[in-house]
Design a protein. Structure first.
Ligand code: SF4
Length: 562
């Protein structure tokens, strides 16, 4: 079975009219945004730039995304997790379990491709892994090899979203293959324009589709060489797994190694690739090592052991792994870039306790879940008890009963509830992993004080975020990042805390030791290891800014972000 790569121009027009007809996208959106504002949104976005259609589509995409902002934390969003299984008769079931372990990396869609008797089978869908797959579907995915994907998406509308759910499958003169990708190509716009100029027709808005076209154009007869040729043209972040109809599995990571990818082995010899080791644990595979930056690993029946080769173009390996995986994205039980995420976060908390102690504090609490381990580190270092001052609801879904009238801090209250018994009359240290827009932090501080906290001292287990990410993480536009606009004291006042401190960048680097040069810190420094092409930067920034503008014009009384 193969994906058709077809119809771009007309589908853009259809998509546009479809978006406009379906505007506004949700009942909730109608409730908070009155008609004049809805019209204003359209005017702003459609008259904004040279590419009117794209802007309107972008705007609509983001309008739908408002629902998501409403429910999600004020945090950057991970974009995807990948899995590859080779040599196990239960491949699809193992892949399902591994995807489940990676669900925190993307909840918008999931998919799987398996191979049996030179036939590729694929199932993709929107929603959680458990929404997309059931026993019946897994029965339709036979074979001893599989690749899988969980997707976080900024794209909208279910029809276009489904098309963008991976793995993608394509046919070429050399046979069919599937690919699943975590990351973001910073030269995607250039490559796509070049490929379209030569007659390629795209059917999705995903950057991953350029890989299929680059490989389809390659004349190399050996699959691994076609992957290498494609990778030589790609710039940016990619951890990818491929599967072919003739039984090869390939895992490859970009020369900077922005996004993680690990390899493990089951007792029966089956090889497992995954974004994080928590997925290996889930399928009882032993962690062997990372797929190194710039490395391509091939597994097939020509060798007992995986074969490895390295990319030398566009440049040799030069590790710049995403430090944010250790701060927020990865699960604490994972080993990422060779280090325990739990140990990193604990150490971040200890550093905060040493560098920014709070005299006479009574209790240390966390913003759950991502602040918990750093809070434990802070408490351990100071000797002040850690308690559960905020309880997180794990049952907030994408559908909920809308409030009949506006409730203050409704979005945060859906997810977090304060524990009065822990907080009342106390001098509280609250530890969070990061501050992005600052809006959620201010609601948390208010919530803690309303629950009786005498003082609230906020400690952040990362340096201030001052720049957007172009390597596969969905951060707001730079203007929206509070640390880009305000200094620490201004942020403290904005969020209403009694004191505020961030993890100092220098201590942070000291902790990583000689390894510190192997990490990307661009969102804290604005110094990017690799700049996106101008088109790409504009496109990403426009999309982010259209959300920002939209949130701004919603007007006073309505939170600017949710
Ligand atoms: S810019 Fe930030 S989020 Fe993006 S890869 Fe670098 S460290 Fe990670």
């Amino acid at each position: 079975m193969a994906t058709n790569i077809s119809a771009s121009a007309s589908s853009t027009t259809n998509l546009l009219s479809q978006r406009l007809l379906s505007f506004p996208p949700s009942q909730f959106y109608k409730n908070i945004l009155t008609k004049p504002y809805q019209q204003q949104c359209l005017l702003i976005t459609s008259s904004n730039k040279k590419n009117r259609a794209a802007m309107v589509v972008n705007s609509s995409r983001k309008l739908i995304n408002l629902d998501q902002h409403y429910l999600d934390d004020d945090k950057p969003k991970e974009e995807c997790g990948v899995v590859g299984i080779y040599g196990d008769p239960e491949a699809s079931r193992l892949c399902y379990l591994a995807l489940h372990a990676l669900q925190h990396r993307g909840q918008e869609g999931a998919g799987m491709v398996t191979v049996e008797n030179k036939a590729i089978k694929s199932i993709t869908g929107i929603g959680l892994v458990s929404d997309v797959f059931n026993e019946l579907k897994l029965d339709q995915l036979p074979g001893d090899m599989a690749i899988g994907h969980v997707r976080y998406s900024t794209a909208a509308g279910s029809s276009s979203m489904l098309k963008n759910v991976q793995p993608f499958v394509a046919s070429s003169k050399f046979g069919s293959f599937g690919v699943a990708h975590n990351g973001n190509f910073v030269n995607y716009q250039l490559l796509r324009a070049e490929l379209e100029g030569k007659g390629s027709i795209f059917s999705t808005t995903s950057d991953t589709e350029v890989v299929l076209h680059l490989m389809a154009k390659s004349k190399a007869r050996i699959f691994a060489l076609r992957v290498l040729e494609a990778c030589e043209k790609l710039q940016g972040a990619y951890s990818m797994v491929f599967v072919t109809e003739d039984g090869k599995l390939v895992a490859v990571r970009d020369p900077f190694g922005f996004r993680p990818l690990v390899m493990g082995r089951r007792k029966n010899g089956a090889i497992v690739f995954a974004s994080e080791t928590c997925a290996l644990d889930m399928v009882e595979a032993t962690y062997e090592r990372e797929v190194h930056p710039g490395e391509m690993v091939l597994v097939d029946d020509t060798s007992n052991e995986p074969q490895s080769m390295y990319l030398l173009k566009p440049h040799p390996p030069e590790p710049k792994s995403c430090i944010f995986e250790h701060i927020y994205f990865a699960q604490p039980n994972s080993i990422v870039f060779g280090k325990s995420v739990y140990e990193s976060r604990h150490a971040f908390g200890e550093i905060l306790a040493t560098e920014s102690p709070v005299e006479g504090c009574d209790v240390v609490i966390a913003v759950p879940d991502s602040g918990v381990v750093a809070a434990l580190g802070y408490a351990a270092k100071t000797g002040v008890p850690y308690q559960q001052g905020l309880i997180r609801s794990h049952y907030v879904g994408r559908t909920f009963i809308e409030p009949s009238q506006k409730i203050r801090d409704f979005g945060v209250k859906l997810k977090l509830s304060p524990v009065r018994a822990v907080l009342e009359g106390k001098k509280v240290v609250v530890v969070d992993d990061s501050i992005v827009r600052g809006t959620t932090s201010s609601k948390i501080v208010r919530m803690l004080k309303e629950a009786g906290a005498k003082e609230v001292h906020m400690r952040i287990a990362s340096p201030p975020i001052i720049a957007s990410c172009y390597y596969g993480i969905d951060t707001p536009c730079t203007e929206e990042l509070i640390s880009n606009r305000m200094n620490v004291e201004e942020i403290r006042k904005f969020i209403g805390a009694d004191s505020l401190a961030f993890l100092p960048t220098d201590s942070f680097r000291k902790l990583l030791g000689s390894d510190h040069t192997n990490f990307c810190y661009a969102c804290f420094s604005g110094k990017y290891p690799l700049y996106p092409s101008v088109d790409m930067e504009e496109s990403i920034d426009d999309t982010r800014k259209s959300t920002y503008n939209l949130l701004k014009i919603v007007g006073p009384g309505i939170p600017r972000s949710f």
